[in-house]
Design a protein around this ligand. Structure first.
Ligand code: ADP
Length: 374
């Protein structure tokens, strides 16, 4: 069992930096929770406070119902895996994994059993006699995980554990960590600045900015229902396009004015913008919701825009088109077999069923009002 509650946690460093601001969160038993956000947003500080490596300025930290603000790190039954592997260079893999156990004065047989079990889970059985310098980055990271696993802690804290690995290995290790979570049935709190890593690993994601939680949600909900422009822009790659528009209401119709272009909204989206007549809002659309296919052009001619493609980039599974529209820089992600190339004048469709709207002052998402729209 490991339930962790953070209640109004604040952290101000002695130099006056307010790193974490009124952080409220309940972390459930066996959850794989991710803290994600740009560098400096307070992820590591929060993790280190949970670990007991950093004092809490104000607020309460509860583990399994007990307030642990003053409890020493070693008494919290938490294991931490860092981005640097922190292995002892003169010890072999076996001894590195066994080190923490030996300090606990377990019998030799018990230590042996636990080390071999961890090595089996992590695929390190053939590496046990090697020294860290003989291992690849991925293997070193696995040894560091092994040292954490054998302690059988209540909670694993992982601070960017994969950021020193090359891209291919990172993807492989990501999969291994996800499997590890299933096998161990442990609570994991994982810090990353990489939204792809967050989206693929987490059961829930905490998006942070400037020490403040922006949204806590499942990967799917963060993507589909971002609470504000920051989350909308941070989750998803390439990032959502944003354009300032003016809302127009005429009888039953609601449309947005984007430069010279008037775009009528579908029923569902009208509900978001009723009552906004004459107001400016931010219109957001993801690159993959800008379409170049005939079928869209024929079905939704009212959402057509004309553009000159400035840059074409083939990424393999998708092709990116960069262009300017009514003074906005836009990215579209289309099928890689598109015939569109750089310099061409093209027609594209904005799939307005997938449009997002935000308040330009607060950045908050404008969500559909309940009830029917006449
Ligand atoms: P992240 O993990 O999201 O990159 P951190 O938690 O490391 O962010 O840092 C949050 C803020 O606190 C940053 O502005 C950082 O410069 C500051 N900070 C981190 N550690 C210290 C420290 N020991 N002393 C002073 N300021 C710090």
């Amino acid at each position: 069992m490991a339930e962790i509650k953070l209640k109004n946690i604040c952290k101000t460093y002695p130099n006056g930096v307010a790193a974490v601001d009124h952080f409220n969160l309940d972390i459930h038993d066996k959850e794989f929770l991710i803290f994600v956000g740009p560098s400096g947003c307070g992820k590591s500080t929060t993790l280190r406070m949970i670990a007991g490596l950093e004092d809490i300025t104000s607020g309460e930290l509860e583990i399994d119902g007990e307030i642990v603000n003053e409890m020493a790190a070693r008494d919290r039954d938490i294991a931490m895996v860092f981005q640097s592997y922190a292995l002892y260079p003169h010890m072999n893999v076996y001894d590195n994994i066994a080190f923490g156990l030996r300090r606990r004065k377990l019998s030799k047989d018990e230590v042996d059993k636990k080390v071999k079990e961890a090595a089996r889970i992590l695929g390190l059985e053939s590496q046990l006699k090697k020294k860290p310098r003989e291992l690849s980055g991925g293997q070193k990271q696995r040894v560091a995980m092994g040292a954490a696993i054998v302690r059988n802690p209540k909670v694993f804290l992982m601070d960017e554990p994969l950021s020193n690995l090359d891209a291919k290995l990172r993807v492989q290790m990501r999969l291994e960590i996800a499997q590890l979570h299933e096998r161990l049935g442990a609570t994991i709190i994982y810090v990353t600045h990489d939204q792809t890593e967050a989206m693929t690993l987490g059961t829930r994601i905490v998006v942070m900015k400037d020490g403040v939680i922006q949204q806590v949600d499942t990967p799917k909900n963060l993507y589909e229902n971002p609470a504000n422009m920051f989350v909308a822009g941070f989750i998803g790659s390439p990032q959502m396009n944003f354009m300032e528009v003016t809302v127009k209401e005429e009888g039953n119709e609601v449309s947005i004015q984007l430069g010279k272009k008037t775009i009528r909204l579908p029923e569902d989206k009208k509900r978001s913008l009723r009552g906004y007549d004459g107001k400016k809002v931010v219109f957001g659309i993801r690159p993959e919701d800008i379409k170049d296919s005939e079928i869209f052009i024929n079905t939704f001619p009212q959402w057509e825009i004309d553009a000159r493609v400035q840059v074409y980039e083939l990424l393999g599974a998708e092709a990116l088109l960069y262009f300017e529209y009514e003074g906005n820089k836009i990215t579209a992600s289309v099928h890689p077999r598109t015939h569109i190339r750089e310099g061409q004048d093209v027609s594209l469709i904005l799939d307005m069923e997938k449009a997002y709207f935000f308040d330009p002052d607060t950045g908050r998402a404008i969500i559909p009002q309940k009830g029917d729209v006449k």
